[in-house]
Design a protein around this ligand. Structure first.
Ligand SMILES: [Zn+2]
Ligand SMILES: [Zn+2]
Length: 322
């Protein structure tokens, strides 16, 4: 690999691999040390892991700092994960999304870090939001609550933005590992084609619908809403909350009724209770609209592309699209 380590460390890692066996070496528990044959990449959460694996292929070893089934916003890093960040040859993360990751990167020096928030300017927190002419007060309370300058971090929910991340990651990996640069570029190109196909299918599938308002658990779908002309009504703000204010619940129920929403969306990694409460109140169903902040604990054989395709079908049903 490009970034040479002291020989002693490579030997130690090799010894550890022999001792633990090949299966353990592939686990992502952060205890197995570096793989001298591949670029060690630490990804901060699932969509970044997905891109790193697709672009890196067998030339990289990717670990995800957010375990499957865990919600990434409030991630805390164990000491061994901080070690993982320190030792990785590349850390792919989204600045302003996970404070613990930001802090570990600041402490270990930022030169090995790839911040995907820098690929394209982020949208404002209010983008894709829903407002009525002349009564804009309802959503504004959510704009400044996140401490990242009122920006929305959930950029991976626009497939074309994720393609941009893949392109830049290929460039970055090619610099760290010039021997495989052409492979990284080729794989990013393949992934871009798949993401552009997904984007085209979303645009076509959501073109003609009876409703365009989506009532969602937390305000994660700004990029999706912006890209496909939907309007997002978030029960909570940019970060999941388990107990939103009763006043907010009443506002959301009113919105849902006004727009004849048939479905209140909840997420796989957050309790559905609040969505269920509102759905009961307005006589709507609930369904999963997955913000892809992580896969479920068993993964279910899913990946970014398959979950997004399920999301598209869910939206088409809920919004009565033709
Ligand atoms: Zn989120
Ligand atoms: Zn409305």
């Amino acid at each position: 690999m490009m970034l040479r380590r002291p020989t002693v460390r490579v030997l130690a890692a090799a010894t550890a691999l022999v001792a633990l066996g090949a299966a353990t070496a592939c686990s992502d528990d952060g205890t197995t040390g570096a793989d001298p044959q591949r670029v060690d990449v630490a990804a901060a959460f699932y969509p970044l892991q997905f891109v790193a694996e697709r672009v890196g292929g067998d030339a990289v070893r990717v670990t995800n700092l957010t375990k499957p089934g865990a919600e990434p916003h409030d991630l805390e890093l164990t000491p061994s994960q901080v070690g993982e960040v320190n030792q990785a040859e590349l850390v792919i993360y989204l600045k302003g999304f996970q404070p613990a990751v930001d802090e570990a990167i600041t402490q270990s020096g930022g030169d090995r870090a790839f911040d995907v928030a820098g690929v394209q300017p982020l949208l404002a927190a209010s983008a894709g939001g829903h407002d009525h002419e002349g009564e804009g007060a309802g959503q504004e309370e959510h704009a400044d609550e996140e401490g990242n300058g009122g920006k929305d971090p959930h950029l991976w929910l626009d497939p074309t933005r994720l393609a941009g991340v893949a392109d830049q990651l290929a460039e970055r990996l090619g610099k760290a590992d010039p021997e495989h640069a052409a492979d990284y570029t080729a794989r990013a190109k393949t992934l871009r084609a798949e993401l552009e196909k997904l984007d085209a299918d979303f645009a076509a599938g959501l073109k003609t619908c009876q409703r365009r308002e989506i009532v969602v658990s937390h305000t994660a779908f700004g990029y999706l809403a912006e890209r496909y002309q939907l309007e997002q009504v978030g029960i909570t703000g940019l970060t999941p909350e388990t107990e939103p204010a009763p006043q907010r619940l009443a506002e959301v129920a009113k919105e849902a009724r006004e727009h004849g929403a048939t479905t209140i969306f909840f997420e796989t990694l957050v309790s559905p209770k609040v969505a269920e409460t509102i759905a009961r109140e307005v006589g709507a169903k609930t369904a999963v609209l997955d913000p892809l902040e992580g896969l479920s604990a068993d993964g279910g054989g899913q990946d970014y592309l398959s979950v997004m395709r399920t999301n598209l079908q869910t939206l088409r049903t809920a919004l009565s699209c033709s």
